[in-house]
Design a protein around this ligand. Sequence first.
Ligand SMILES: [Zn+2]
Ligand SMILES: [Zn+2]
Length: 168
Amino acid sequence: MLGYNAKMSSEERIKHHENLKKQYDNKLNTELDYAYRWVTNGNFLDALETQAPNQIDYCKHSMENPPLQLLQKMSNETKVAAITLTRKKCEADIQRNPTCYLCGKTLANSIVEIIDFALLKCNCGQQYAHIECADNHISTTSQCGICKRYIVLNNIKHSNLQQTLLRF
Ligand SMILES: [Zn+2]
Ligand SMILES: [Zn+2]
């Protein structure tokens, strides 16, 4: 448009603007000022660069004094597909295997798998661990490092985490 392009730096744009004014003997200054305002509008520059139809349409509403004819022409001529913003899918952590509180390794393949495990309880709540990890832990530290209460250890055989969660 009038020799402007989306890649110009702001310095190049203002120089180009001044040159255009001279070129037209200062007779088109008002019009050229409009054009300059368009090419300093980020949304319009994005539309020039991407040629995306939805970006072009967005300019019609978002710009002050939008160059409607030019935007319509761009809209008609563009062969680019609309920009679609894809939302990143957030998945809940339910798929993750339950892990041992103490060693961090897998405790069961799911909360309903039948396993042997240790339940550690203190004022902070309850945690699940491998029986071996819990035994090792209790033999060195019988008190909780946070609430200072003695840790109550229950070894639970042939059960699943879900049942235990409901029972205690
Ligand atoms: Zn463990
Ligand atoms: Zn505690």
